[in-house]
Design a protein around this ligand. Structure first.
Ligand code: C2E
Ligand code: MG
Ligand code: MG
Ligand code: MG
Length: 278
């Protein structure tokens, strides 16, 4: 079940996708929003030293009526290109806030939720209004919401990106740079962004134990974050060796299959307990 909510379905889908074609997929995407075919799964972020839960990342899933479960890498690019990402992104923000409200009501909102934003959604989707509306609709404090952006957003119109980010910060939401290290934006650009958190990309973490150079890079990023007063999190942590090394290097906030796969809200309830006990 947990596995089914994560990876593993892409190749089967890609075969169907080839037959379906982009136009049909775009059509299906639009219809899927109004017929409740999307849902969110949540992956824990933990503090390795205390084993405490520090937050959740919401990850989008699509249950297609005939093709079955579809992973975001198979439909987000089409949603971006076609502009469907704007209404879809609004759905995602609203759903994450609805879930936060439910956890608040159940006395379980001990950790915030991070939502991924695409560049197009950020730059053309009136994102500030979308975030404000979703928070207000469910009476959720902005401090429980985090927004993850990839650094590709910063190579667009840096001044506009900074202005939007400052407006978002006024809503108390936290901002993070996702997949850090995989884009081509310059460090000087990145340093101008009012972001709170850097997420070191999985591609560095998976080489960490065997590759000295990956280790040097990761150490460098951790030190930069410390110097700038930013938080840092490692994504895609799969082994205890990676986790221990990251902790030694100074990064104790982590996310990855070692600690938990993306899971349904019901599974989140069960997962809270071990984090508290460990
Ligand atoms: P991401 O934001 O970097 O999310 C991390 C991806 O890595 C997720 O894949 C997650 O399931 C996977 N992952 C987490 N831990 C591990 C691990 O230990 N090992 C491995 N091999 N993989 C791990 P997922 O859910 O398929 O999402 C892929 C990408 O799709 C995300 O990358 C994000 O860029 C995008 N995405 C997902 N949900 C949304 C959304 O609501 N909106 C937008 N715009 N993009 C989304
Ligand atoms: Mg992310
Ligand atoms: Mg990421
Ligand atoms: Mg990633």
């Amino acid at each position: 079940q947990a596995k089914a909510l994560g990876h593993g379905l892409m190749s089967a889908y890609n075969r169907s996708l080839g037959r379906l074609g982009h136009r049909a997929l775009e059509y299906d995407l639009r219809a899927a929003i109004s017929t409740d075919q999307f849902f969110l799964v949540y992956q824990p972020k933990i503090d390795f030293n205390s084993r405490a839960l520090v937050g959740w990342e919401a990850l989008l899933r699509w249950r297609h009526p005939s093709l079955g479960l579809i992973a975001p890498c198979d439909f987000i690019p089409v949603a971006e290109e076609s502009g469907v990402i704007v209404p879809l992104g609004r759905w995602t923000l609203n759903e994450a806030c609805r879930q936060l409200r439910a956890w608040l009501d159940a006395g379980k909102a001990d950790a915030g939720v991070a939502v991924n934003l695409s560049p197009r959604q950020f730059l053309h989707g009136d994102i500030v209004e979308a975030v404000r509306t979703s928070l207000a609709a469910h009476g959720v404090p902005g401090s429980l919401l985090e927004l993850e952006l990839t650094e590709t957003v910063a190579v667009c119109d840096i001044d506009r990106v900074i202005a939007i980010m400052h407006e978002l910060k006024r809503l108390q939401v936290r901002l993070s740079i996702d997949d850090f290290g995989t884009g081509f934006s310059s460090l000087s650009y990145l340093m101008r962004l009012p972001v709170d958190i850097l997420k070191i990309d999985r591609s560095f973490i998976c080489q960490l134990v065997t590759d000295q150079r990956a280790q040097a890079l990761v150490k460098g990023v951790i030190d930069i974050c410390e110097g700038l007063g930013m938080r840092v999190i490692a994504e895609g942590v799969e082994t205890i060796a990676q986790a221990s090394l990251l902790s030694v290097l100074g990064c104790s906030t982590m996310q990855g299959y070692l600690f938990g796969r993306p899971m349904s809200p019901d599974q989140c309830e069960e997962a809270r307990q071990p984090f508290a006990d460990a």
